[in-house]
Design a protein around this ligand. Structure first.
Ligand SMILES: Cc1ncc(COP(=O)(O)O)c(C=O)c1O
Length: 443
């Protein structure tokens, strides 16, 4: 049977994409790779369906089996996160945050979160900077919240507790949101939540990056530390399909969250990813603890190995990180190579995928997000590929070849592909004969 030329073209590009990832070192801190079992669920018939409303109360027919899946998904997630209520309808981390804003705030309410230059995410950002410059953060631009920043110790890479206590007491926000996109150390939730509650705030913890580590009890436990809700993406350290969830610490918050998730912030809730998330949750229940432990061990080992090879990995005095993420100040390579954009591009030519990132002090140095002074690295996806401390040394050597020794990156790409040949299956997932980045043809 002859295939349509447009379809063949699309398929061949997809095959190249899969082949590229099978030969690269994936170090983006906000991504992960799902297991073949999750991918199977994600290409089921659910890719076509709607299930508006709550389980058993849908306003769409045809959901008798999907109801069973969503129920099972929530049961597994509630077990993993040890929480009384979860809504898995937000389609991403941003939408999960928007669901919380919708449920617990009103336009013009004050919100406090950490700022983007020190590692905060755009979804907790204001509409405009104090200077009037457009930022377009979801909290300001969509939920119309008046966003102020939680004071941050830019060199210690964490919230400044004393200054934050003072600021929360003074500003009396309606919402305090912890969490970050450069999230190296647990936030002082225990210290600040009582102060925020006293000031009348709802407290949310954006666990997008660290949800897997939290579920495995390897980072911090925001719900037991006092937060009211926790939002997260399901596809960073938690190795599920792309989606978002809202977790409530108390059952009584459920109705507000449910009403905000539907009809306010979702209609179609990407049912195939609810099924994939159910499978990912089942895998996590079995393998989540050893996986998360290794993620952190690998991040620390990679931090040390890079540090020993001349990379200014931040916070060496704190063992670099307590999570999956490393932040590297690459400004010492400014003359030889350039800044974040240039280093990112050079690494990419060597099939090493890590993104440029603002350093908390870039603003002082007059650098911006387009070509910042840092590179962010995540250890979660390489851990899923079965890599351990020994492989972190190899990866640091590749970094050295490309950046310190300035070897031709296209030559290093060949060595990277050879190295990757031994790491082609997903670990910490259900057994399978499929490869991690296999392109599966069904047409
Ligand atoms: C802290 C934080 N919150 C929210 C998000 C948004 O998640 P998503 O991309 O799933 O919408 C991210 C994404 O990287 C993030 O880092």
């Amino acid at each position: 049977m002859a295939l349509d030329p447009d379809f063949m073209k699309i398929r061949s590009i997809l095959e190249k994409h899969h082949d590229y990832w099978s030969k690269s070192i994936p170090l983006i801190a906000s991504e992960n790779v799902t297991s073949p079992a999750v991918r199977e669920a994600a290409i089921s018939d659910l890719v076509h369906r709607y299930a508006e409303g709550w389980i058993g109360e849908r306003v769409y027919p045809g959901n008798q089996y999907f109801d069973e899946i969503e129920e099972l998904c929530l049961k597994l997630l509630k077990e993993i996160f040890d929480a009384p209520f979860i809504d898995a309808r937000p389609i991403s981390g941003v939408v999960a945050n928007l669901t919380v804003y919708t449920a617990f705030t009103q336009a013009n309410d004050k919100m406090m979160a950490i700022s983007i230059p020190v590692g905060g995410h755009i979804s907790s950002g204001p509409l405009k900077a104090k200077t009037g410059a457009f930022i377009g953060g979801t909290a300001g631009a969509v939920a119309r919240l008046d966003v102020d920043y939680i004071p941050f110790d830019r060199y210690g890479l964490n919230i400044d507790v004393d200054a934050a206590i003072k600021a929360i007491k003074e500003k009396k926000p309606k919402l305090v949101q912890f969490g970050a996109s450069v999230f190296l150390f647990p936030h002082p939730v225990k210290e600040l939540t009582p102060i925020a509650h006293e000031a009348g705030a709802h407290v949310n913890y954006d666990a997008a990056h660290v949800a897997g580590l939290i579920a495995a009890k390897q980072f911090q436990d925001p719900i037991r530390e006092g937060t009211d809700t926790m939002t997260t993406s399901t596809h960073k350290t938690f190795p599920g399909p792309q989606k978002g969830i809202v977790i409530a610490a108390r059952e009584e918050l459920a109705e507000k969250i449910k009403a905000a998730a539907f009809p306010s912030t979702t209609s179609n809730h990407h049912l195939m990813h609810v099924a994939g998330l159910a499978v990912a949750a089942a895998e996590f229940k079995k393998y989540g603890v050893p996986y998360s432990k290794q993620v952190i061990i690998n991040a620390k080992a990679l931090g040390q190995a890079l540090y020993e090879r001349g990379f200014q990995v931040v916070c060496p005095e704190k063992d670099f990180t307590e999570s999956h993420t490393l932040l590297v100040d690459i400004s010492n390579f400014k003359d030889a190579i350039g800044l974040g954009k240039d280093v990112e591009e050079r690494l990419e030519k060597a099939n090493i995928v890590a993104n440029r990132n603002l350093l908390p002090w870039d603003i002082i140095e007059k650098r911006n997000y387009k070509n910042p002074g840092g590179i962010r690295i995540g250890s979660q996806e390489i851990t899923r590929l079965g890599m351990k401390e020994k492989e972190m040394e190899r990866i640091a050597e590749f970094f050295k070849s490309v950046i310190v020794d300035q070897k031709d990156p296209t030559k290093v790409a060949t060595e990277v592909a050879e190295f990757r040949a031994d790491y082609q299956t997903i670990h910490y997932g259900f057994e399978t004969t499929r490869k991690a980045y296999e392109y599966i043809k069904i047409a």
